[in-house]
Design a binder for this molecule. Sequence first.
Ligand code: HEC
Length: 191
Amino acid sequence: MIKGLILGILLAILLFGGGVYYYFSSGHAPVATSAAPIPLERTLVRVGLHAYLDKLPHPAPQVPADEPNLIAGAKVYKEQCATCHGLPNEPKTAVAQGMYPAPPQLFQGKGVTDDDAWESYWKVENGIRMSGMPAFKERLTEAQIWQVAVLVKNADKITDPVKKELAAGASTPMEMAMPASKPAPSKKKTP
Ligand code: HEC
């Protein structure tokens, strides 16, 4: 009786494992970025990320959200993040449009202003698996990561000098990523 039950459970596990393997090995799983998501893909990744973040310490920002730090954060942002996460009043880049999952536009709507800075710090430091979000650990300093984290936290209340720093950078990756059909946005002369 018990033996039969155990055998049944083992068989079910094997069948499930085999089914999942077959799903991938037979070429049924979507592998293109433009294809439909795998069933439950987003949910599982979200649940996993949140459960993991909940277990971490939640440090207070190590830099104050004052203008010098926000300007320093803007420098990092326009060089490393804008291609995917966009700039204030700029259209989405071709890169951002072509990604799955889509990178949230951090200067549109509420962005991540409702997340604590430590959460964005962690995401920038470590990246997000199964998305295009890169890890910047050892490529940016801890101070730079905090500066860009407090910038995106305060994206809805940045001052003109910070906006100016963001706009002053349509130099490299952003322009290269613009859809070819559209001329690069003209640089704003003011303020
Ligand atoms: C190559 C594209 C790319 C670059 C460059 C990039 N990101 Fe991301 N980022 C993403 C994607 C895609 C996601 C969405 C991940 C998801 O949905 O799980 C993301 C997610 C995030 C999130 C979490 C958003 C949320 O709603 O929880 C933050 C914060 C973030 N990125 C900040 C940054 C910062 C700051 C930089 C620059 C230092 C940066 N990213 C560079 C693609 C990028």
